[in-house]
Design a protein around this ligand. Structure first.
Ligand SMILES: Cc1ncc(COP(=O)(O)O)c(C=O)c1O
Length: 424
C-alpha cells in the first residue's frame, strides 16, 4: 500500500506553514496551492464572459470546460455530459429537486437519511409541493454501553421500501458520525427490494460532501443517479460539483435554465446561472494534486494512501476518548468507536452525566489556548442530533474534531493533550 510523504503533502498547502492546527476540516479543508494558482491565473488572464469568439474569450471558455473533465474523473462518471458545477452542494440539491418536480406523483415516497439538511430539506420541500411521502432511514445504536454509538444498517433501510418508493436520498458519509454508509451494498439491496415490491421507477441521490475528502467516489460502481460534493472540502475553493446519470437528465429532469437556452439533455439543465468560472478552473487542480500523492499517478492509489494515513490519526483520538477514565468521566463518542476503514477521522463526542460539560465550553477552552481550530454544534445535521436519545441540547450539539490527510499524528497528540487538560 502506498504511503504519504506528509512533508511533501503539507508543502502543497500554504496555510499550513503557520503551524496552526486545522481540525475543523469537515467544515472545510485548506486549499491546495495549485487551486489558488489557477484561480489567480484565471482572474488575472482570462476573466471574461464565456462563449465569445475573441481569443481571450475562447481561452476562458476552454478553461471552464476543463472543469468537466476533472469533475467526471472525481465522480468516475461515464461522460463529461453527466457532470456540472454550482455554487454549493445545498444549492445543487435544491436545483435537482426543482428540476425533478414534473416527474413526481402524489403518493410517491422518498427515503432520506437523517443527515445534513442539504440532502434533506430539498426533498422534504419537494414532497410538500408534490404531495409525496417522506420516510427516514435513521442511524440506530450499535453498542449497549453507549446510546450515542449509532450507525446506519442496511437491514433497517429495506422495510422502508414499497411499491411507491421513487427516490432514496442518502449520505455516503455522515459529517457527524464519521461513519461510511456502504453505498454500493445499500443501493443494490434497495433496488432489488424495490423491484420485488413492484416500484416503477426509483432513483438514488447520494450526498458525498463528507465522503469526498477521504475516499474515491464511484457513481458507476454504486449505480446511482445523482451525486454531489463540495470542492471546498476537497482541497479546492467554495463551489460544488454534481453528477446526474444521463438517463435521469433525459427522463426525469425538466430544465431550470432560461427558456430560450438550448440546453438539451446536458447538465446545464440544472444550471440557472454561471457556475463561478474562476472556481471551476481552480477545481481542475484538485485531480493533479490528489494524483501527486503517490507514484502511481492514480486516484485509487491516492485515496488508499489517504485512508491509510487517516487511520493513524483516528487511532490516538478514539483511544483517548474511549479509555475507561474518559468513559467514567462521561465522555461518549457520537458514532462508532471502531478504528478501521468503516469510518473517517471525523470524530464527535459529548460529555454527559454528573459532571457533564457543554460542548461550547470544551471548544471554548481550545479557543482560549489558541493554535487549534475545532468546533461544536449540530453542523446542519440538525435532525440527526435532535433525534439522538437520551436527548441532547441540539444547539450545543457535539464537539467535533475532523481531520484529513494533511494532519499529522503530532497534531492529534497535541489535541489529545488539550482534551486531557480540559476534561480533567
Ligand atoms: C454532509 C454534508 N452535506 C452537505 C453539506 C453542504 O455543503 P455546501 O456548503 O456545499 O452546501 C455539508 C457541509 O458541511 C456536509 O457536511
Amino acid at each position: 500500500m502506498a504511503t504519504l510523504d506528509i512533508e511533501e503533502v503539507r508543502a502543497c498547502f500554504p496555510s499550513l506553514e503557520s503551524g496552526y492546527i486545522y481540525a475543523d476540516n469537515a467544515g472545510g479543508s485548506q486549499t491546495a496551492q495549485g487551486v489558488i494558482d489557477r484561480i489567480v491565473d484565471y482572474l488575472t488572464n482570462t476573466n471574461v464572459q464565456l462563449g465569445a469568439d475573441y481569443f481571450v474569450g475562447m481561452l476562458s471558455t476552454q478553461r471552464v470546460a476543463e472543469g468537466s473533465f476533472s469533475a467526471a474523473e472525481l465522480f468516475n462518471a461515464g461522460s463529461i455530459d453527466e457532470v456540472g458545477f454550482g455554487p454549493s452542494s445545498t444549492m445543487i440539491f435544491e436545483n435537482i429537486a426543482r428540476a425533478l418536480e414534473n416527474d413526481i406523483r402524489p403518493g410517491d415516497e422518498f427515503i432520506i437519511t437523517d443527515e445534513h439538511e442539504a440532502n434533506n430539506g430539498p426533498w422534504k420541500r419537494l414532497a410538500t409541493r408534490c404531495n409525496a411521502v417522506v420516510k427516514y432511514w435513521r442511524p440506530t445504536p450499535v453498542s449497549a454501553d453507549n446510546p450515542y454509538s449509532v450507525a446506519y444498517k442496511v437491514e433497517e433501510l429495506l422495510p422502508l421500501v414499497s411499491s411507491r418508493t421513487r427516490l432514496a436520498a442518502i449520505t455516503a458519509c455522515s459529517n457527524i458520525l464519521g461513519s461510511l454508509v456502504p453505498v454500493e451494498e445499500a443501493v443494490k439491496a434497495l433496488r432489488q427490494r424495490a423491484k420485488e415490491k413492484g416500484a416503477k421507477k426509483i432513483e438514488v441521490s447520494v450526498d458525498c460532501v463528507a465522503y469526498a475528502p477521504h475516499r474515491k467516489i464511484d457513481v458507476q460502481q454504486w449505480d446511482i443517479d445523482y451525486c454531489v460534493f463540495a470542492l471546498y472540502k476537497v482541497y479546492g475553493a467554495h463551489n460544488a460539483a454534481h453528477y446526474v446519470r444521463s438517463a435521469a437528465l433525459q427522463g426525469s429532469l425538466t430544465s431550470i435554465a432560461h427558456h430560450f437556452l438550448d440546453v438539451g439533455n446536458k447538465p446545464y439543465k440544472l444550471q440557472p446561472g454561471g457556475p463561478g468560472y474562476e472556481l471551476v478552473y481552480g477545481a481542475t487542480a484538485v485531480v493533479p494534486y490528489l494524483k501527486s500523492l503517490t507514484q502511481e499517478d492514480d486516484l485509487t492509489a491516492s485515496f488508499d494512501a489517504i485512508a491509510n494515513h487517516e487511520q493513524t490519526l483516528l487511532a490516538p483520538l478514539l483511544l483517548f476518548l474511549t479509555d475507561a477514565k474518559q468513559v467514567a468521566r462521561g465522555v461518549r463518542v457520537v458514532g462508532t468507536s471502531k478504528i478501521d476503514l468503516s469510518r473517517v477521522p471525523t470524530v464527535s463526542f459529548v460529555v454527559v452525566g454528573q459532571n457533564a460539560m457543554k460542548s461550547k465550553d470544551i471548544v471554548g477552552a481550545f479557543d482560549k489556548k489558541g493554535g487549534i481550530g475545532i468546533r461544536y454544534g449540530h453542523f446542519y445535521a440538525y435532525s440527526l442530533i435532535d433525534n439522538l436519545r437520551p436527548k441532547l441540547d441540539v444547539d450545543d450539539g457535539v464537539v467535533r474534531i475532523s481531520l484529513v490527510h494533511y494532519n499529522t499524528v503530532e497534531e492529534v497528540e497535541k489535541i489529545v493533550d488539550v482534551l486531557r487538560e480540559v476534561l480533567a
